[in-house]
Design a protein around this ligand. Structure first.
Ligand SMILES: [Zn+2]
Length: 61
């Protein structure tokens, strides 16, 4: 299955709808990713506005 990235929150999604936003505007063109394990203590998560653990694309078109 092709992994896509949510254009809104950059979440990497295996499916057609972002589980975070409930949005279906996903991009197949994304670069790199970070794994957020503990959003409450992660500076990356804070910068990206991420509140849920998981994988997030660094850039999504
Ligand atoms: Zn999203």
């Amino acid at each position: 299955m092709t992994e896509k990235a949510c254009k809104k929150c950059n979440r990497i999604v295996e499916g057609d709808v972002c589980p975070i936003c409930g949005d279906s505007s996903l991009s197949e063109e994304w670069r790199g990713y970070v794994i957020i394990i503990d959003p409450e203590t992660s500076q990356i998560a804070e910068k990206m506005g991420v509140e849920t653990s998981g994988r997030y694309a660094l850039r999504a078109k």
